[in-house]
Design a protein around this ligand. Structure first.
Ligand code: URA
Length: 482
């Protein structure tokens, strides 16, 4: 029996077909899964077979499977393996007919599905890390180039990845071309289109030379781990990475340079680089490999105006691989002056709440959605001003880099700016506080108030508000124990 899907990632179609097949007791070995891309087969014959059209699904026949299996399906369908739908339907069939399966951690089908999911996640990660935009003049928008990137994903991940790029590069217009599909972001919406050819993508631009100069400057020969680097950045990505051409010569001289570095006295780093160069660089520093590099990169960031007025950037601090990461809004006055997050009055209140829960501050990681202090001057005083959505969106990729580096199991969003940055949409904090939401990357986010909201409350309400805040955070405590 043929089960037909509208396209390579038709998860809704798969669910509908699978439900119908299950209801009709069609065993997996009798089903032949087809996607529209496989053939002009469907061109003249829109799906009348399969789908609910030919089979009337009894309502009572819906199967109850674990939510984790449905999430697994959503990732596995993105894999390019033509057998993925057959595998998922077989698993579904077996989950319904073999109750013991859900408790079998080494079942071969389950392991195969998990491996496919893992490969898809890896592909998504590589796309985020190794895709490079190049500016192309756009006659319709003089002075505002379109940024175009070419990428060859191993799996059908473009639609899954595009919203992430839209959030990270919210303020520029860009297009990603791949052999199978393309996507364009106009600053407001994503538009999908057909696949493209490599020659449709722009070649090196003038700004690229600047990027290469910058890459050479930040290349640290003492930290070179060639095998690790090749594992993380397989050769197949090198063709589209401008800096790849530097790897061999830089690696060749690394040994000698690191010897010279050891012998040299410490130098004072230059705080800022000239603005003309920054404009090119900031679009391209999209891969930081350590928290130290993150600090360095955010110090130079001018993707929004805040960096120009702050004393310095303030990045997250705490346990390098903390299980729990707290995200606030932006550094305050004290944080800006001293360069550490949450050390002022709001930080002290957070520390007090953590202490009540028996959580040491250095066991967790504490950061902010925005890395520079935004303020307005009243006389000589710098008064906190909330960042705009644009400013938070411009800073989002630094926060995502931090999450990638620390890899917390779960996060706590302190207030609405953090919640929006972490979730990608506006979260009504008052109604959602104390609840766990789930991010696109699968991490759970506990929503609660920002401690400075407690500081602003009338004295009579403070005690109760603090107790409620601690009660919210108590829900995150079990992450620390896990
Ligand atoms: N408020 C925040 O959101 N973060 C800080 O680091 C300090 C105050």
């Amino acid at each position: 029996m043929e089960a037909r899907l509208a396209n390579e990632t038709d998860i809704a179609g798969f669910r509908e077909e699978a439900r119908s097949l299950l209801a009709h007791q069609v065993p997996p070995e009798e089903v032949h899964w087809q996607t529209a891309q496989n053939a002009d087969l469907f061109a003249d014959a829109p799906s009348t077979e399969g789908k609910a059209a030919g089979r009337h699904v009894p309502r009572a026949a819906s199967a109850i499977v674990p939510a984790s299996f449905l999430r697994l399906c959503e990732v596995v369908v993105l894999h390019s393996d033509p057998q993925r739908f057959a595998l998922l339907y077989r698993l579904l069939w077996r989950l319904v007919h073999e109750p013991g399966l859900r408790n079998d951690p080494i079942d071969a089908d389950m392991l195969a599905a998990q491996q496919l999911a893992q490969a898809v996640r890896r592909d998504l990660h590589k796309m985020k890390a190794f895709l490079r935009f190049r500016p192309v003049e756009d006659a319709e928008h003089p002075g505002s180039p379109l940024h175009v990137a070419w990428f060859e994903p191993a799996h059908h991940i473009l639609e899954a990845a595009a919203p992430w790029f839209a959030r990270r590069f919210a303020q520029m217009r860009w297009a990603i071309l791949t052999p199978a599909r393309s996507v364009r972001w106009d600053g407001e919406q994503l538009h999908y289109g057909p696949g493209a050819d490599h020659c449709d993508a722009p070649t090196a631009d003038a700004g690229e030379q600047l990027w290469l100069t910058y890459y050479k400057a930040i290349f640290n020969p003492a930290r070179l781990k060639l095998a690790m680097m090749q594992k993380e950045m397989p050769r197949k990505y090198w063709a589209n990475l401008p800096e790849a051409q530097l790897i061999a010569p830089l690696a060749a001289e690394a040994h000698e340079r690191s010897g010279r570095m050891v012998e040299q006295p410490a130098t004072t780093p230059e705080r800022r680089i000239p603005l003309a160069e920054k404009e090119h660089i900031m679009l391209k520093i999209d891969e930081v490999e350590s928290l130290e590099e993150l600090k360095h990169a955010t110090m130079q960031c001018r993707e929004c105006p805040l960096g120009e007025y702050a004393t310095q950037s303030v990045v997250g601090e705490g346990a390098r691989h903390a299980k729990l990461m707290f995200v606030g809004e932006q550094p305050g006055n004290q944080e800006d002056l001293q360069g550490h997050p949450f050390i002022g009055p709001a930080g002290q209140l957070l520390d007090k709440a953590l202490a009540e829960l028996g959580i040491a501050r250095d066991e967790v990681f504490v950061s902010n959605a925005v890395k520079h202090f935004k303020y307005e001057l009243r006389g000589k005083r710098r008064i906190h001003k909330s960042p705009t959505q644009r400013e938070a969106a411009a800073c989002l990729h630094w926060l995502e880099d931090e999450i990638e580096l620390v890899k917390p199991r779960a996060l706590v969003a302190l207030g609405s700016t953090a919640a929006r940055s972490l979730m990608g949409y506006a979260v009504p904090v008052m109604s959602e506080r104390g609840k766990w939401l789930e991010r696109e990357d699968g991490r759970k986010v506990l929503i609660t108030l920002h401690p400075s909201a407690l500081l602003r409350m009338p004295p009579a309400d403070k005690e109760e508000a603090f107790a409620a805040f601690v009660a919210d955070l108590a829900k995150a405590r079990k992450v620390m124990k896990a």
